[in-house]
Write a protein that binds this ligand. Structure first.
Ligand SMILES: Cc1ncc(COP(=O)(O)O)c(C=O)c1O
Ligand SMILES: [Zn+2]
Length: 444
């Protein structure tokens, strides 16, 4: 257990909804993780499957004893590491031998220099990049966060992995549980895309459709956690949320390392609960503190679908609080009407000089097709949201086309085929003859 946190740590019983039976914190090995700190009041708690501060109910996040010393040595150590998120193990809440444990080894996805897309959007070639996280084992960035939550679940002695999900997370939990030998039982809104449902079910765990939207699913899971029915379960995005969130920092680390240990000027990140966006900012701040990158200004832009845009609406109205909405959009993976990290997203967008913007469903489909046509990347609807918002923000003059911009594609288009199926069909159907081909008018 790390030095700095011990003195300040309290061991009072936490609010009952936030407590689980666990191995004691002192026996937990989560590498450099030293404790959990409250994002509101700063109180420090021992590592455990807790997510809310007992003093103020603020959300908890992982506090570290980060490596000190020569940044060059740390950079070299990272660069010599495996081509997955575990190259950053010294900066994550995982044991040092994490790479040897059965897991899906996500991460180190491609950062694509998107010159064709740049030309289409009026950006200087060489300045626009797509971080393509559809390349992860279950084809979304969720494998990153689940990998961290899995290590916390192992450390705390859980044997069932669970989550409330808008689709991608359910698949990521199912697959990680299968590989690690855990039982899984995941909860989704009953009306998700077929690709998401099949991807969540195929790994053999339990998949439960809840009659309601994601916010209903999440409420249900919070109740289940406080009930003996859910005892001993690790809900990756509820009681393991502080650890889960840290997985998104690896996106920040990878983007900077892939750019030659440089922070990009502008990042466009999708928002559902807002966790990913806040943790990418945390990751950038850590890199600066560690001396792995030069401190420089960067702008973070959040992207939502118009049919579920509570954070964007609050940003535009100048509010600090987010008013919940009832989602109605094809971007179902981002359809969280009451985003837990919404206020923190607003802070980050304002602090960095960025913005939060939204696009309608038609623009989402258009953007999916632009990305596919220009770069050969088939994004799910969340990627349509980020590319669509990037286009809109360039047109509005908020994204500077002469500066480096990284747009996140966080999921795979094969999971949301319906979004583009109607307008993406065979150009022609012909008899297998040259005459028929000539008649179809497709020869050069
Ligand atoms: C593909 C995809 N991108 C982005 C997100 C946003 O994640 P967060 O809840 O961290 O904002 C999600 C969440 O489910 C997702 O599935
Ligand atoms: Zn607190």
């Amino acid at each position: 257990m790390a030095k700095f946190a011990m003195g300040k740590m309290r061991r009072k019983g936490l609010a009952s909804m936030a407590v689980q039976t666990v191995s004691t914190a002192s026996t937990v090995d989560l590498g450099p993780a030293a404790g959990l700190s409250c994002r509101e009041c700063g109180e420090i708690f021992p590592l455990g499957p807790i997510f809310a501060c007992e003093l103020c109910f603020g959300p908890l996040e992982v506090a570290y004893d980060l490596p000190t010393g020569d940044p060059e040595a740390l950079r070299k150590r990272i660069e010599a590491g495996p081509a997955n998120i575990w190259r950053y193990a010294p900066l994550l809440p995982v044991p040092a031998d994490v790479a040897e444990k059965p897991n899906l080894n996500p991460g180190w996805t491609k950062l694509v220099q998107a010159d064709n897309l740049a030309r289409e959007l009026g950006v200087e070639p060489g300045k626009l990049f797509v971080k393509d996280d559809s390349g992860n084992p279950t084809h979304s960035f969720k494998d990153r966060v689940v990998a961290q939550a899995l290590e916390a679940a192992r450390a705390f002695g859980f044997t069932t992995l669970s989550c409330s999900s808008t689709g991608n997370l359910a698949g990521a939990v199912g697959a990680a549980a299968a590989r690690a030998g855990f039982r899984s039982c995941v909860f989704i809104p009953h009306d998700l895309e077929q690709g998401k449902v099949v991807m969540a079910a195929v790994y053999g765990g339990e998949l439960v459709g809840i009659e309601g939207n994601y916010d209903d699913v999440n409420r249900f899971c919070s109740e289940l956690i406080g009930d003996p029915l859910g005892e001993g379960w690790g809900f990756v995005n509820v009681n393991l949320r502080p650890y889960y969130g840290e997985g998104s920092k690896t996106l920040a680390y990878e983007i900077c390392e892939q750019l030659g240990w440089v922070i990009p000027d502008q990042l466009v990140i999708p928002i559902a609960s807002g966790s990913q966006l806040t943790k990418i900012d945390k990751g950038l701040q850590e890199l600066i503190k560690l001396g792995l990158v030069e401190d420089k200004p960067y702008k973070i832009f959040g992207a939502q679908a118009e049919g579920c845009s509570p954070v964007s609406a609050a940003f535009k109205a100048g509010h600090d609080v987010v008013r919940p909405q009832k989602p109605n959009t094809i971007a179902k993976s981002l359809a969280i009407g009451n985003p837990a990290d919404g206020p923190y997203v607003l802070d980050i967008a304002r602090r960095t000089g960025g913005a939060v913007e939204d696009v309608n469903d038609e623009q989402v489909v258009e953007a999916i097709k632009i990305l596919a046509r220009t770069e050969g990347i088939f994004a799910e609807t969340a990627g349509g949201v980020t590319v669509g918002v990037t286009k809109k923000l360039i047109e509005a003059g908020l994204i500077d086309p002469s500066l480096t911009t990284v747009v996140l594609n966080t999921g795979d288009g094969l999971k949301t085929l319906d979004a583009v199926a109607e307008t993406s069909q065979a150009t022609a159907t012909i008899r297998p003859s040259l005459d028929a081909f000539r008649d179809a008018g497709l020869a050069n």
